[in-house]
Design a protein around this ligand. Structure first.
Ligand SMILES: C[S@@+](CC[C@H](N)C(=O)[O-])C[C@H]1O[C@@H](n2cnc3c(N)ncnc32)[C@H](O)[C@@H]1O
Length: 302
């Protein structure tokens, strides 16, 4: 059984590596052996020609869900009392759409970090000087983006810089989430808040399917943990007032019902990559339905 699974994984990896090599015309700052290089190649496959949200979306019962991605960022930002004095770091910010919209909504300063060059448009990229100005609140800019890694944050920002750190669906990819949490703790001001969404497993039992999903999604295995394990990590690092809310129903269930048919109908758009995305989406949905994983919002205080 294991030999068959490992054969399938390696076959999928070979096909993906072949496709990625063809499609990765990326101007990358990462070395080939860096984890971020693989994540960057993975996201470049999506070939988005314009800025889009990359999260699943938060579907609110009984509402027109055109704004599902805004609902998700609202949920994460609104929960942590951001105001016009806040200085926010949005890690794994994707194209930075939530940085732009929320910096205006709250009249605060927001810096986004993402490890995919294609996500960081030139007009949003900021220099070290601009980072300092934003952190001191003196900048005329409301927001800006840094092409960097979630686990190299201490290279870009001084300690105790931020009132809030946000991460929407990035944690599973970071190398590792634990390192990101440790650095976030250092970068937050006293009583600063961490607010993030994560996909977590529901059982500590090892799962071959979980392993395949993690590999396909470029997630280090150490990141595939349960809610209890994540809470223990947060406590170990020093966070307090930790709250966890399971919102799987409003995310996985509705994402699948709203998007899957559409994706299947547009399968020709990205060819083989699109088939791969359909398989990954469907597997995640089945995973959730079988009770193997959940989608949670986590808030913690330094
Ligand atoms: C699921 S997307 C979510 C993007 C965005 N938060 C949103 O809601 O649209 C995860 C993002 O995390 C970024 N990411 C993954 N690993 C990263 C890392 N090690 N450092 C920085 N960003 C990373 C990816 O490039 C991607 O943009």
């Amino acid at each position: 059984m294991c030999i068959i699974f490992s054969f399938i994984i390696n076959l999928i990896r070979l096909i993906l590596n072949f496709v990625m090599r063809k499609k990765s015309s990326i101007n990358s700052q990462w070395n080939k052996q860096d984890h971020e290089y693989n994540v960057e190649k993975f996201y470049n496959l999506q070939n988005n020609s314009e800025p889009v949200y990359l999260n699943f979306g938060y579907y609110i019962d009984g509402k027109n869900n055109n704004g599902k991605n805004d609902n998700m960022t609202d949920l994460i930002y609104d929960n942590v009392n951001i105001d016009n004095n806040s200085i926010v770091l949005d890690v794994g910010c994707g194209f930075g759409l939530s940085c732009i919209s929320n910096s205006h909504k709250y009249n605060c300063k927001i810096i986004g970090v993402d490890c995919v060059n294609q996500h960081i448009t030139e007009s949003m990229k900021i220099t070290n000087n601009q980072i300092s100005e934003l952190l001191s609140g003196k900048s005329k800019l409301n927001s800006g983006l840094v092409y960097g890694s979630a686990t190299k944050l201490l290279n870009y920002f001084p300690i105790n810089s931020f009132s809030h750190i946000i991460s929407i669906e990035g944690g599973n990819h970071y190398n590792t989430r634990y390192k990101f949490l440790e650095d976030s703790y250092i970068l937050l001001k006293q009583n600063g808040k961490l607010s993030m969404t994560e996909i977590l497993k529901t059982s500590t039992a090892p799962s071959i399917l979980g392993y395949i999903m993690a590999k396909a999604w470029r997630c280090p295995i150490d990141n595939i943990i349960t809610t209890e394990e994540l809470v223990n990590q947060l406590i170990e690092i020093g966070f307090k007032n930790i709250t966890i809310k399971d919102i799987s129903n409003n995310v996985f269930e509705e994402y699948y019902l709203n998007n899957f048919t559409d994706k299947v109908n547009h399968k020709k758009r990205y060819g083989i990559v699109h088939y791969f995305k359909i398989i990954v989406d469907y597997s995640l949905f089945k995973f959730y339905r079988f009770g193997y994983c959940k989608y949670v919002v986590i808030i913690a205080t330094k």
